[in-house]
Design a protein around this ligand. Structure first.
Ligand code: ZN
Ligand code: ZN
Length: 389
């Protein structure tokens, strides 16, 4: 497709992309009117029943709308500039006999543990960029997206690392919202079905409200169930079709850290925030812990692993483990000696072979990538400043 034609299509497609969003919002606004005005005020005669319906209805409606709009407006996460070819790299790439060799060479300095099926570095031709683990190119967005799950027309946005929690919450609250409407309108639906008590306008609204809510609540369960399965197993939708390829081969469970850790990776360490539409997803979307990084690793005498208990579904005592997950894959790839504990947002602690803690500042990890462990905060052996990676 020529560039001009592509741009013209984008120009047409972009506004059209909002059409499903407008439909969902129109249904949501109508459902509010039908429930609050037609059902509660026009049809429910008992004031206590009306008050109870309204008091419980509004939190469901608000949470549904907030998580929906968060999924729409939050960036799924895009690839940092260090993964793009520089102009110098591009020159090399374009003049090379085997451009893949150039890409493979550049990728050596990047925190990557997955490959294309043929074990070459994953490269995005349209973006001119080396793909970080779990990222994929979205042909609708025309760019690569971190931990891409799928492009969702209902939110007119890619669903990826940055907004996956909101997307799952959107499904969750959609089900709660529609189930609540289904159960509370059932009595009035039956009344109307018998042909009593209601004028035609109210009856039609309540009839449709019941049918639409029941239809959505039933149909969303399978999608929500599928995403619960994906979250528990640490897979994206794309990875559920084709597992990422690691050094040891394709492996759908390559990022599976145990159910509790998998859930925490998406929903965060604080359990009470799991159901709130606030950003609590762990890591930076670029680098991920791998299942193999949690396996016991033999010490080579330099640093001994403070390794994590992999088979752990009740990891509450290690609530802070997964903060800044960018640490361990780099560590594993280069030293194969240790996994890491993260104390808070900025400090990584490793135990050395004598069992002493060495702490590192992680403040600039997102921007500086492969220089992750360059700033020891304390170092008992006095080699502060040495680059360990
Ligand atoms: Zn791309
Ligand atoms: Zn997309």
């Amino acid at each position: 497709m020529s560039g001009k034609r592509g741009k013209a299509l984008t120009f047409i497609y972009k506004p059209l992309g909002w059409f499903p969003v407008i439909i969902i919002n129109a249904i949501a606004v109508w459902s509010y009117f039908a429930y609050v005005v037609i059902l509660c005020f026009d049809s429910v005669e008992d004031p206590i029943e009306r008050a109870i319906y309204l008091i419980f209805y509004h939190p469901f409606f608000l949470m549904f709308m907030i998580s929906y709009w968060k999924a729409i407006l939050t960036s799924p996460g895009y690839v940092p500039s260090k993964f793009y070819l520089t102009s110098e790299d591009t020159e090399k790439y374009e003049s090379a006999e085997n451009p893949q060799d150039v890409v493979n060479d550049i990728a050596k300095d990047l925190p990557i543990v997955t490959f294309a099926v043929n074990k070459s570095t994953r490269f995005c031709e349209p973006c001119h960029m080396i793909k970080p683990d779990r990222s994929h190119h979205c042909s609708m967005c025309q760019r690569c997206v971190l931990k891409m799950d799928h492009h969702c027309p209902w939110v007119n946005n890619c669903v990826g690392w940055g907004n996956y929690k909101y997307f799952v919450l959107f499904l969750f609250y959609s089900i709660l919202y529609t189930m609540y409407i289904t159960f509370t309108t059932l009595k009035y639906f039956i009344k109307f079905w018998g042909g009593n008590h209601m004028d035609t306008r109210s009856s039609l609204h309540i009839l449709f409200l019941f049918f639409v809510a029941a239809m959505f609540s039933v149909s969303l369960w399978s999608l929500f169930g599928f995403h619960c399965f994906l979250t528990l197993n640490n897979r994206s939708t794309l990875e559920s079709f084709r597992g990422p390829t690691f050094q040891h081969g394709p492996d759908k469970n390559g990022f599976n850290l145990g159910k509790m850790n998998n859930v925490k990776q998406v929903f965060g360490n604080s359990k009470w925030k799991w159901i709130l539409p606030v950003f609590t997803t762990l890591g930076n979307g670029v680098v991920y812990r791998t299942a193999t990084s949690l396996e016991p690793i033999e010490s080579n005498g330099l640093l001994q692993g403070n390794h994590y208990d992999y088979d752990d579904d009740s990891a509450s005592e290690k609530d802070t483990l997964l903060e800044h997950e960018q640490a361990s894959p780099i560590y594993d790839a280069r030293t194969t000696t240790a996994s890491a504990f993260i104390n808070d947002d900025t400090v990584l602690t490793l135990s050395d072979s004598e069992g002493e803690d060495v702490m590192f500042d992680l403040t600039n990890t997102v921007d500086q990538g492969n220089q992750l462990l360059t700033v020891p905060l304390n170092n008992s052996r006095g080699n502060s400043g040495d680059e360990l990676t």
